[in-house]
Ligand binder design. Structure first.
Ligand SMILES: Cc1ncc(COP(=O)(O)O)c(C=O)c1O
Length: 373
């Protein structure tokens, strides 16, 4: 029987992700539109995004945080292009985005001293292979396989290299060991459901030291430049963005951050996301037909939850389930990422209500029956 209760919000996309509960365009009423981002009013909005992000995430006081162009990709690539080449690099990758950073380091930057540690969808490479004497590039949460690193225990506290961490689908939903991370990047449209386009880049004092003491041998476009004449361009980390940001998106980012504070801050966001994962895990166990793509439960993402068919021969059913539930207006964008094995990917980050997931589960079971008729 077709279920009769629908999720109140069918937005389960892994990016852009669901807006915070209760969001409407009215949240943007105070946006500083039609003004210069370099005006006092515009800059105040940008600095507030930086200050609120730092305080909610508990970023160490001596780290810099800037708003940068090009979303998360922009933030990662400006770090790779600005920092790498000073020492050997270890790149760890286990899904599409990590593999993109491998491509950047190996094919685009063409660094000579590179070791790549890759694993298939569902698995992690052996993290202990990463050498603390070298720079380490990795993704905290692999959004397209739903596999995350379980913790930062494998990163040496006294490392000599820098750790560059793409954490876009992890921040605001997972605990990050900041002192173990020298560069951390994310975008606005993930866990807090902001509007897209802008990236966030956090730098440790050691990353700043690299930026000011090392000049890469390749040309850097203006969009990637963070230092000049051996000095950090400090303004980037005080709201003086490199180029023009959207002040409408900025207002939306502020709305998401204020909501995060209102529900209890980082620990509450993590609890919301972990509860969503637990609800999905309960349903997966009851349903029997899907299984987690992440093989080790300790590596299961609490944001981008990726499932495959228990019976591999039924892989094609997943896309039909995603299409059917989309046409029913019950769940949007839950098909697996285009390069990932066939399956479903359900966003479970902090803006998603557990009740909406609970309402979705009977529909998933119904669709599973329907697509095999
Ligand atoms: C882990 C990861 N890295 C990078 C990206 C690319 O992000 P953006 O589109 O913000 O550049 C995504 C997008 O989903 C992602 O999940």
């Amino acid at each position: 029987m077709k279920p009769n209760v629908r999720p109140r919000r069918p937005q389960f996309s892994s990016g852009p992700c669901a807006k915070r509960p209760g969001w409407s365009p009215a949240a943007l009423a105070d946006a500083c539109v039609g003004r210069s981002h370099r005006s006092d009013a515009g800059r105040a909005k940008l600095t507030e995004v930086i200050a609120l992000s730092k305080s909610i995430l508990g970023i160490p006081a001596d780290y810099r945080l800037g708003i940068v162009p090009g979303s998360d990709t922009g933030a990662v690539e400006m770090a790779l292009w600005s920092l790498l080449g000073a020492r050997g690099v270890d790149v760890l990758a286990w899904e599409a985005f990590g593999k993109t950073w491998v491509g950047d380091v190996v094919q685009q930057l063409r660094l000579k001293d590179v070791r790549v540690f890759e694993a298939d969808y569902g698995k992690l490479p052996d993290l202990r292979q990463a050498d603390p004497a070298r720079d380490i590039v990795f993704t905290w949460n692999g959004t397209t396989s739903g596999v995350r690193v379980p913790n930062g225990d494998w990163i040496a506290a006294d490392r000599q290299g820098l750790t560059i961490c793409d954490a876009t689908s992890a921040v605001f939903a997972m605990d990050l060991p900041w002192p173990k991370l020298d560069v951390v990047t994310w975008s606005w449209q993930k866990v807090l459901g902001g509007e897209a386009g802008h990236g966030m880049l956090a730098l440790s004092p050691r990353a700043v030291e690299r930026l000011t003491s090392y000049t890469p041998p390749w040309p850097l476009p203006k969009l990637f430049q963070m230092s000049k004449g051996g000095k950090l361009i400090d303004g980037i980390f005080k709201g003086d963005t490199i180029n023009t940001p959207s002040l409408l998106a900025t207002e939306d980012a502020l709305d998401g951050l204020r909501w995060a504070q209102s529900v209890g801050g980082l620990q509450a966001l993590i609890r919301r996301s972990e509860s969503n994962l637990a609800a999905i895990a309960g349903w997966v166990a009851r349903a029997g037909w899907p299984v987690f793509l992440a093989e080790d439960p300790a590596t299961r993402s609490c944001t981008s939850v990726c499932l495959k068919m228990a019976d591999a021969a039924q892989g094609a059913a997943a896309a039909r389930i995603a299409d059917l539930l989309d046409s029913e207006g019950v769940a949007y964008d839950i098909g697996a990422y285009r390069d990932a094995p066939p399956g479903l990917r359900i966003w479970a980050g902090a803006t998603v209500e557990t009740a909406d997931l609970e309402a979705l589960f009977p529909w998933l079971d119904w669709a599973w029956t329907e697509v095999r008729k």
